[in-house]
Design a protein around this ligand. Structure first.
Ligand code: ATP
Ligand code: SF4
Ligand code: MG
Length: 329
């Protein structure tokens, strides 16, 4: 099947001011990231804070344009920003965030906020818009009373449902979910994740799902990409990555969560400082923290190689291992 979304070697850096003297430092937020997502499927993006997940999500939606590489949506390059073609396409791609209150207007009733995208894009007869908004609110589990409420009168989970309704009323083909349940209680998280999965089935939605919660990632995604300091270090089928992670960083992440059927459940603790995007280590950026780093790791950036099981890993040790196995076979 054709992919709905493809990222080809996209990079985005920012110049920020750091330290007391406000020295200008380039931050490579995303560096040569390639990904693809099939229609109706979910691709999860995981990695520590600052690894470039949100930037990748914004690039996927064209909200941020890469300095290098390109994005293809439904088989075509994204039109330049500020063109009618782009505004039209933009409606087919939506994003939801961790904090619904950052999206919702405190002074407006939920119904009006869910209807608003239809008004902005002038979609459908005006007389039908309230009914449409109410119907989509019902689809996400809210009722007429919620529709007539202000954001602060709803719970966190209900607000996230409202934000979801506002995104879905545009009938998007792609929905980027940036940590959509991280701020919610665990029991509510499960409800929202289940709702997303049901809606995905019903509406044939494609999801780019950003999360640091591997349990949620396992439930919702078919493929996953692990990011470290702006690059993907391991990418493949979610089940395989979680049951048999190969990259030392993926191993450490996975070891923090018990997974049934995994060979070892020993926790791997990473030494060293958490990654700093403004001071990217040379060679393999993970080398200062890697338990199995070798000489070449300090100077040579590991190439991304695809293994027989279809996953891709960027690690010298994994590559050497694969070569040995192939030679032995
Ligand atoms: P988190 O888990 O904390 O949300 P993330 O993986 O989503 O992290 P990004 O938000 O993509 O990470 O940021 C990656 C790096 O790029 C960070 O160092 C961040 O400070 C930097 N960055 C992102 N956007 C900007 C911007 N608009 N201006 C300057 N720096 C930015
Ligand atoms: Fe560790 Fe080297 Fe692999 Fe990087 S390339 S993850 S430092 S073994
Ligand atoms: Mg983020």
């Amino acid at each position: 099947t054709a992919n709905i979304l493809e990222l080809h070697g996209v990079s985005r850096s920012y110049v920020t001011r750091r330290g007391l003297l406000g020295k200008k430092v380039p931050v490579h937020a995303v560096d040569g990231v390639s990904l693809s997502l099939q229609p109706g499927k979910t691709l999860a993006l995981v990695g520590e804070s600052g690894s470039g997940k949100s930037t990748t999500g914004r690039i996927a939606l064209g909200l941020e344009r890469p300095q290098n590489g390109h994005v293809r949506f439904q088989g075509a390059a994204l039109p330049p920003a500020d063109t009618p073609a782009w505004r039209h396409l933009r409606a087919r791609m939506q994003m939801i965030y961790q904090d619904p209150l950052a999206v919702l207007d405190r002074r407006l009733f939920i119904l009006d906020q869910v209807r608003e995208p239809l008004d902005i894009h002038d979609i459908g007869p005006v007389s039908n818009r309230n009914d449409k908004a109410l119907a989509i609110l019902q689809a996400v589990g809210l009722n007429a009373r919620h529709a007539a409420s202000l954001p602060h009168q709803l719970s966190g989970g209900q607000r996230q449902r409202a934000v979801l309704a506002r995104a879905l009323i545009m009938q998007p083909a792609l929905l980027v979910c940036d940590e959509p349940v991280s701020a919610l209680d665990v029991s509510i998280q499960a409800q929202i994740v289940n709702l997303l999965m049901d809606l995905q089935q019903e509406l044939h939605l494609s999801l780019l799902f950003i999360s640091h919660d591997l349990k949620v990632v396992r439930q919702i995604s078919q493929t996953m990409a692990v990011m470290y300091l702006g690059r993907i270090v391991e990418y493949g089928e979610t089940g395989r990555l979680l049951s048999d992670p190969l990259h030392p960083y993926t191993r450490a992440l996975v070891s923090a969560v018990p997974v049934a059927g995994r060979r070892t459940n020993q926790r791997i603790l990473l030494k060293g400082e958490p990654p700093n995007p403004a001071a990217r280590p040379t060679g393999c950026a993970f080398h200062p923290r890697c338990p199995i780093a070798r000489g070449e790791c300090r100077s040579i950036s590991p190439p991304f190689s695809t293994l027989p099981d279809g996953r891709s890993v960027a690690c010298h040790a994994v590559e050497a291992d694969t070569r040995t196995k192939e030679a032995g076979a």
